[in-house]
Design a protein around this ligand. Structure first.
Ligand code: NDP
Length: 288
């Protein structure tokens, strides 16, 4: 008799909007892997019991989304260096001894998508660029190390609660110095960045950070980690300012591909999956 397919899930709150189950279904079909991937709404404060329940059902691993990425890093008994630096994990798995490991694939996912948009190789995707990172939560923490590694000339971090931006910058100061990148936290974003990355959870409630005029301009590539059937509020704001605005669907597919690789040891082709997802979202928008 054939054994049951391996069980994975995405844990978050909210989680209903997540396209991760669909992405992993497409990856599994493309690579011939047998797995089941579910969406699980976890009550605030209930991350550890939800993780234990998944394991008790035979779960092999999970993705973790807003707001549990810091809980996920704390729950793991072994963290990858990039998750350690971030202090946040978006990918968990149990090894053969039943020990929980944690990793963070958000940064590599974002940089691969930015490389695609900028038409540059991922290793040098951000060489010489000045960046503004909006937000200092799990998503921002997860990507900062990868942004430094991809060769950014400078990164300014802004957050609604400034002390969290300062903490994030302090934690990455050594990595920034090693990469020759000027990293700073600021309370009022400067103008003139080539790339502005929106990593706050404000989009989930349709709220945007208040930016001074001129931060988004005709030469800006504005990237929203949020995605949806219609352009996100941040993408619309960027386009109104004449900037190029992109949502985070490409990042979502790329970070998922890296998680799939960690769990299954298989590299998938992301372009057809991204095209398929975009077509499905467009169809959803047209039907609404
Ligand atoms: P967290 O809850 O960890 O962090 C929330 C962040 O958003 C904090 O910086 C918080 O600021 C800020 N914030 C929340 N509400 C507002 C608001 N109304 N105005 C300004 N700032 C606000 O969430 P995550 O970092 O995990 O997720 C952030 C976003 O990124 C989500 O929309 C998520 O879906 C998206 N994401 C997309 C991915 C992709 O693959 N495309 C991957 C990962 C995340 P403060 O510190 O002041 O509270």
């Amino acid at each position: 008799m054939m054994s049951a397919p391996d069980l994975y899930a995405v844990l978050g709150n909210p989680v209903q909007h997540s396209r991760s189950p669909r992405i992993h279904e497409l990856f599994a079909a493309q690579s011939g892997q047998r797995l089941r991937y579910e969406r699980r709404l976890v009550p605030l404060g209930g991350f550890e019991p939800a993780l234990a329940a998944l394991r008790a059902e035979g779960g092999a691993g999970c993705n973790v989304t807003v707001p549990f990425k810091f809980d996920a890093a704390r729950a793991a008994s072994r963290l990858s260096p990039r998750a350690e630096l971030a202090g946040a994990a978006n990918t968990l798995g149990w090894d053969e001894d039943g020990r929980l490991w944690g990793d963070n694939t958000d940064g590599v996912g974002l940089v691969r998508d930015l490389a695609r948009l900028l038409q540059r190789p991922p290793q040098a995707a951000l060489r010489g660029l000045d960046l503004l990172l909006l937000g200092a939560g799990g998503a921002a923490s997860g990507v900062l190390g990868a942004l430094l590694e991809a060769g950014a000339r400078s990164v300014e971090v802004w957050n609604r609660s400034p002390e969290r931006a300062q903490q994030l910058v302090r934690r990455h100061a050594e990595a920034a110095a090693a990469q020759g990148c000027e990293l700073r936290a600021s309370e009022a974003p400067r103008r003139g960045h080539a790339l502005v990355i929106h990593a706050t959870a404000g989009s989930l409630g349709g709220e945007l950070p208040q930016l001074p005029d001129g931060v988004l301009h005709a030469e800006t590539l504005a990237y929203d980690m949020m995605y949806g059937a219609r352009p996100t509020p941040f993408v619309l704001l960027a386009r109104e300012a004449g900037a190029q605005g992109h949502d985070g669907l490409g990042m979502l597919v790329e970070q998922a591909a890296e998680s799939f690789w960690l769990w299954r040891g298989v590299r998938v082709h992301t372009e057809p999956v991204l095209r398929q997802l975009r077509a499905e979202l467009d169809a959803q928008a047209a039907a609404a």
